[in-house]
Write a protein that binds this ligand. Sequence first.
Ligand SMILES: Cc1cc2nc3c(=O)[nH]c(=O)nc-3n(C[C@H](O)[C@H](O)[C@H](O)COP(=O)(O)OP(=O)(O)OC[C@H]3O[C@@H](n4cnc5c(N)ncnc54)[C@H](O)[C@@H]3O)c2cc1C
Length: 476
Amino acid sequence: MKTPSQHVVVLGAGPAGVGAAYQLMKKGVARVTLLEQQERVGGNAGSFLLDGVYCDYGSHRLHPVALPEIMDDLRLLLGKDLLYQTRHGRILLQGRWIHFPLKPLDLFLRLPKPFALRVLADIAKKLLPKPKKSGPETFATVLERGLGRTICEEFYFPYARKLWGIDPEDLAVTTAQKRVSGSSIGKILQKVSKQIPGMKPPGAGKFYYMKRGYGQISQCLCDAAQSLGADVKFGARFTAIETVGGSVKAVRYEQGGTEFVVPATHVWSTIPISILLRGMRPEPPKEVLDAASKVAFRGMILIYLVLDQDQFSTTDAYYFPQESIPISRMSEPKNFSSATQPVGKTVLCAELPSDPGHPDWEMTDEQLGKRLLGWMEQAGLPKPVGVLKVLTRRLRQAYPVYRNGYDQHFECMDKWIGTVDGLLTLGRQGLFAHDNTHHTLEMSYAAVKCLSADGSFDHAKWAEHRKDFETHVVED
Ligand SMILES: Cc1cc2nc3c(=O)[nH]c(=O)nc-3n(C[C@H](O)[C@H](O)[C@H](O)COP(=O)(O)OP(=O)(O)OC[C@H]3O[C@@H](n4cnc5c(N)ncnc54)[C@H](O)[C@@H]3O)c2cc1C
């Protein structure tokens, strides 16, 4: 077979990067070099082994709404390792543990009656005519109008403060549109009704998972790309993109203390858009670099406890919306795959939203482990039998923060990137999109459909795909 004349350098080996590499190789339209700064595949959606337990970077599940063509590839590549599982989550609401996703009977029986009455009063108020509100819309105004004060004050506002580290009034409307699938009472009731037997749509309360952890999605795509000839370099940190006359010419990266240069006809970047822009040579205009300095990602500390017991509970993930407990979620990885191995040991993984510079970020594993045990006690969870080990991991870019006005900064960066011939930004970090794995895979599959073997890229088709991506709503 003829060697393709085009050479795509893909930045980042998260799902978007490996998905693009695999599809490009499969279609045979380009040679591929994939650069990943870490020594492992998967990005935020990767996995690692901890005392024999496959662990993810926080609770991850593949939602059954993934596109059929993506599911077909994963079924083929993962074979029997692709599992179809039932969700067993619990959320701490008003001091009580309630099934999550919410179930009507459980909600009715377990929610404190005064709380339920206040929610009903909010719904009744919504039926009354209201004076038009002036002032700009934010996450807070949209949710309060859709859900009423009680649900917002008891649930979404404290959760938002904890997750993004800023006040709900400072969060843009996009956060409500993209991040909160139940942004009105009607939508919540619709979601809850989907859990009623007989009204359940296919896939409700179910998810896909992998025998060797969530990272097996990225691993299998990366292996397949490599077996088709993609050159994957780990420990290879992108440093710069050289352009000549507005077209991409080469990529510089650092590996093991040495800088390398690789020629490229195209660069597809899935790394944070702000980092990409800072590496452009010649430099972008000042206003573009300014915009890059104004968008921020929220970080996260993952605290893993290795326990001296076979299973902590049958719950796969516990959700903590209240601000008084700083973790947002805690999962038991073995339960995601119904793993029976290793015998006599399990792991808990807690998600603590935080940022570099915050005192939590600097704490030792032992300090964070101790704090986690305190929060578990506060939430009324059983005391683990014995903690054999504490380990922490830190994600610098867990969630894009949609602060009011972020969209203008993003647009400024995105517009300029669109002027560089051969350069594409995609994926969760690249499009500053709070998206699930199936969404980011969709982006990479779509990008490959826009590239022809002669190197031409169908920008009109890509623009249509970008419009579709804007309709993505995150599944929890
Ligand atoms: C706590 C948490 C829970 C989540 N739960 C779910 C879930 O249940 N279901 C779901 O579908 N999604 C979930 N997600 C989202 C999921 O993790 C993302 O959709 C997915 O990781 C996005 O893939 P990506 O390839 O776009 O980006 P990333 O996974 O972020 O990959 C980007 C890659 O770029 C690399 N990189 C960065 N800078 C450089 C550089 N200079 N040089 C080279 N490489 C670089 C990074 O190391 C990384 O590997 C969750 C996310 C978080 C944080």
